[in-house]
Design a protein around this ligand. Sequence first.
Ligand SMILES: *Cc1c(COP(=O)(O)O)cnc(C)c1O
Length: 391
Amino acid sequence: MQKTIYVDNAATTPVSKEVLNEMLPYFTEYYGNASTLYSLGRQTKLAVDRAREQVAKAINAEPSEIYFTAGGTESDNWAIRGMAMRLGPKGKKHIITSKIEHKGILRSLKVLEKEGFEVTYLDVDEYGFVNPSDVEKAIRPDTALVSIMFANSEIGTIEPISEIGQICKKHGVVFHTDAVQAVGTIPVDVKKDNIDLLSISGQKFHAPKGIGVLYIKKGVNPVSLINGGSQENGKRAGTENVPGIVGIGKAIEIAVSTMDERSKHLSELRKILIDKVLILPKSRLNGDPEKRLPGNASFCFEGIEGEGLVMRLDANGICAATGSACSSDSLEPSHVLLAIGVPVEIAHGSLRVSFGDDNTKEDAEYVGDVIIKTVNTLRAMSPVWDKIKDN
Ligand SMILES: *Cc1c(COP(=O)(O)O)cnc(C)c1O
């Protein structure tokens, strides 16, 4: 059988062996409910407490500011809707975000707009950067929340979070960041960057799917969306996903302690691929060449369809993405590529390669070779390529 080369780590990552081994006893041996008093439950509670400390340490928060959720999407929904429900009744019905956020943010905001909230969607520049002074200009007396992602899942651009955090602090506006692509990959410090709310998803750094975190700064109080028992300090009901919680704690600890060497490795792979692929005529790198996630390489190739490219890469054992995983079931071009000014027809020819810890330099070379070969094949069959190739 052909070897699979997985380069879609921005969509999800495999659970690592170390993380799995840490989790296993909590399925069968230590299965007690963390809210009970007998010792079997106490074991569980200790494990949950330890994971809360591990996550807190990784982002420079306090353990009491860490709330476990069912993933990045729930954390995003809680931050957005929870703050809207808290501050809307006090007359604060305006929210600021960017045009390149994850659907977990954008669709939550669409619902709020139907309920009478007003949303400012900030433009980004050609590299995908939000301009901090645009954030400042958009703040009004009735602004409830600013939500700007830490790093973009599609084009990898790392936003000026520190500057935006300072502006929000100066104006007394709550600041949320979707840091799902950042945590575990690049340094995140909620205190230094003045972050009030921050979303994390375990599956992006070798913990399982379906476990996430919302960091809620002390004193910030989003309304709870899931009501029931008094788990998570009464703010997020439901029996704790103990194996998942143990997994995200271990995974974040490993990710942070190995960050420098992994980052160096991933940027090397990224450089190999980018240098190779951009030799193709009428090809472009999306996002900023420097301030981007170390494993992310996002391209557009004129004259081809991203879907066709992804399917042919798959036939060569390569798992990569076009647009974002969430939009791959629709034929709409990526809202992120449109927001950075890529014309619709070119946006259709997009490819995202996101390297992971298990990839090698040989993988990067191979992926590059196959991309070049495949783009050339698709272009040779494309009726539009003949018309655009000499422009
Ligand atoms: C993956 C991702 C999410 C969603 O996280 P889930 O755990 O799948 O709910 C949210 N935001 C960003 C930026 C992501 O990359």
